[in-house]
Design a protein around this ligand. Structure first.
Ligand SMILES: [Zn+2]
Length: 476
C-alpha cells in the first residue's frame, strides 16, 4: 500500500500558491508541485472552512455531509435571527476518507482537521481541529495520546497579535509544534495515511491580505510573512519525511482569498422591497420595537423584526460573508408557512426572478441566485435555504431586520481579506502523473487519496484528479 500524506493549508488560494512557489518562498512544496499535478480546485458554496474541509475529507458535497457553517441553524424555527450551536463531529453525516481507509485496514493519523471534535475512534490516532475547546479531554483519540500533546494548541488561543511580525511569529510556532507532534507520531509507528491541517495562513490573510497574500513580486513580501511561509514549508517537509519520503503527497487548501468586504447588503430589505417579506401593518414605533426585541433577546426568545409571517413569502438567511440563502416560507416546512406545498416549485422560481430584478435596480447585490437542487445533491439539501445566492467580493450579506437602505459601508480590520472559491490541489508521488488538474473540485481530494491507497471511492461525489498531461481535455 502506498503511504499517503494529505496536508491542508487553510486559505492557500491557487493564485497565492503559484506566486509563492515561483518566488521560492516554499521550496519543498514548489518542488512537489513541479513533480506532480498542481492547479486550481473549486471550493464548496459557501467556501467556509468547516464546509470545505468536510468536503475535502469526505469526497462529497454539502448536500451529503450536511456541514454548511461554523454553527448549525434551524431554518424551520425562523432561527436565522439567532446564532445556532457550534458544529461538531456528530454533525458530519458522511464517512471521512480515514474512516473508510481504517475499515480497509489502513492505520491513520489525523491532526487538526476541522469539525472532528469530539474526537471519534479511528484505526489509529486522531487529534481534533478548530472548534476544540482548549483543555478538553475529548480532543484526541485514543485518550492515551494526550501525553504527546503537552503544550500543543488546537488554534490561536487568546488575543490575536495586532501587528504582522508577532502574528507571523505566533503562527510559525503553531505550525512548528503541529509538525513536531505529527512527525514524532509518524516516526513512533507506521501509518498508511496521515492528514495534517495548518489553519494559520487563514488567520494571517484575513488580517493582512494586502501585505501577506496580494503581493506581486518577492520583493513586496514582508520579511515576517516570508519567514512564516518558510516555516510552514519546512513543517510540511518534516511531516512528509517522517511518513517516509517514498509516500505520495497530496496538498490542498479549502479556499482562496480576495479583498475583504467594504459594503454590507441587507437581504431582508431587498425582500421587503420586492414585496416578498411582509412586516406587520402597524408594528408600532421602530425604536420601541428595537428595545422590546433587545429585551426579548436578553430573555432568550428574540423575534426582533415584527414580520407578518402569514403574509411573508420568503426571507433572507445569510450563510457566510457574501454567500446567502433565501428561505421560502413554505407550509409544512415552516411553523407559519404561507406558501402551499404544490406552489413551492413555482414560487421558488418566481422569488429567484424577483430578487434578481430587484437587486439589479439598486446595485449588484446579487451576482447569481440558484435553486438549492442545482447546487447540492443528497439528503442534507433539504436543510438548506431554497435559494442560494452570491454577492460580489466586496459585499457581506446581513439580515437587515429593520428599515433602512439596501447597502451600508462596512469596515472590519479583522476582515481585510475574505474567502474566494478558488482553492488549490497538489498531488505528487505514488502513481500520480504531472501537469495541471482537469477541472478539479475539493470533492476530488478524498477520491485521489483513496485511489493512491489502492482503495475504491464509489460512494464519493468526486473522482481522482487527473492532469492535462495524462488526459488531454477534448472539447466537443
Ligand atoms: Zn477564514
Amino acid at each position: 500500500m502506498t503511504r499517503v500524506l494529505l496536508i491542508g493549508l487553510d486559505g492557500f488560494g491557487h493564485d497565492f500558491s503559484s506566486r509563492a512557489f515561483a518566488a521560492d518562498l516554499m521550496p519543498f512544496l514548489a518542488d512537489r508541485a513541479r513533480a506532480g499535478i498542481f492547479g486550481p480546485a473549486l471550493s464548496t458554496i459557501p467556501p467556509v472552512s468547516t464546509a470545505a474541509w468536510t468536503t475535502v475529507t469526505t469526497g462529497v458535497g454539502i448536500g451529503k455531509h450536511g456541514v454548511v457553517d461554523f454553527r448549525r441553524r434551524d431554518m424551520a424555527d425562523y432561527a436565522f435571527i439567532r446564532p445556532g450551536r457550534l458544529v461538531s463531529s456528530a454533525d458530519v453525516r458522511w464517512p471521512r476518507v480515514y474512516d473508510l481507509a481504517g475499515e480497509a485496514g489502513a492505520r491513520c493519523f489525523v491532526l487538526n482537521v476541522p469539525v472532528t471534535f469530539p474526537a471519534r475512534p479511528v484505526n489509529g490516532v486522531i487529534v481534533a481541529g478548530v472548534l476544540t475547546p482548549p483543555g478538553s479531554d475529548r480532543g484526541c483519540w485514543p485518550p492515551s495520546f494526550r501525553k504527546f500533546l503537552a503544550g500543543y494548541a488546537y488554534d490561536l488561543d487568546g488575543a490575536i497579535p495586532a501587528d504582522l511580525p508577532p502574528l507571523c511569529r505566533r503562527l510559525g510556532e503553531l505550525a512548528a509544534s503541529r509538525a513536531r507532534v505529527a512527525a514524532a507520531a509518524l516516526r513512533r509507528e507506521r501509518f498508511d495515511l496521515a492528514l495534517v491541517v495548518f489553519t494559520g495562513p487563514d488567520r494571517l490573510f484575513h488580517r493582512f491580505y494586502a501585505e501577506a497574500y496580494a503581493w506581486e513580486t518577492r520583493a513586496d513580501v514582508p520579511p515576517a510573512a516570508a519567514s512564516y511561509f518558510g516555516t510552514l514549508d519546512a513543517a510540511c517537509e518534516r511531516v512528509y519525511e517522517a511518513l517516509g519520503a517514498d509516500g505520495a503527497l497530496v496538498v490542498c487548501s479549502d479556499h482562496g482569498f480576495g479583498p475583504g468586504p467594504s459594503r454590507a447588503f441587507f437581504v431582508n430589505r431587498l425582500l421587503r422591497k420586492a414585496g416578498l417579506l411582509s412586516v406587520r401593518a402597524d408594528p408600532g414605533p421602530y425604536a420601541l420595537n428595537v428595545v422590546l426585541a433587545g429585551l426579548k433577546k436578553l430573555l432568550g426568545r428574540g423575534r426582533p423584526l415584527p414580520v407578518n409571517w402569514r403574509r411573508t413569502v420568503a426571507y433572507g438567511f445569510p450563510l457566510y460573508m457574501r454567500w446567502g440563502g433565501v428561505v421560502v416560507n413554505a407550509a409544512g416546512e415552516q411553523p407559519r408557512g404561507a406558501v402551499a406545498p404544490e406552489e413551492l416549485p413555482a414560487v421558488t422560481e418566481e422569488v429567484g426572478r424577483l430578487l434578481t430584478l430587484a437587486a439589479g435596480d439598486e446595485d449588484d447585490g446579487v451576482r447569481w441566485i440558484k435553486k438549492r437542487e442545482d447546487l447540492y445533491r443528497g439528503p442534507a439539501t433539504a436543510d438548506l435555504p431554497h435559494l442560494i445566492f452570491e454577492a460580489p467580493q466586496n459585499v457581506v450579506i446581513s439580515e437587515g431586520k429593520g428599515p433602512g437602505p439596501l447597502f451600508s459601508r462596512y469596515a472590519d480590520p479583522a476582515k481585510k481579506g475574505e474567502h474566494t472559491k478558488e482553492a488549490m490541489v497538489l498531488a505528487a508521488g505514488g502513481a500520480m502523473g504531472a501537469g495541471k488538474p482537469v477541472e478539479a473540485t475539493l470533492e476530488d481530494v478524498a477520491p485521489t487519496v483513496a485511489s493512491l491507497l489502492g482503495l475504491g471511492h464509489g460512494g464519493m461525489d468526486g473522482r481522482p484528479i487527473t492532469s492535462t498531461a495524462e488526459r488531454p481535455r477534448f472539447l466537443p
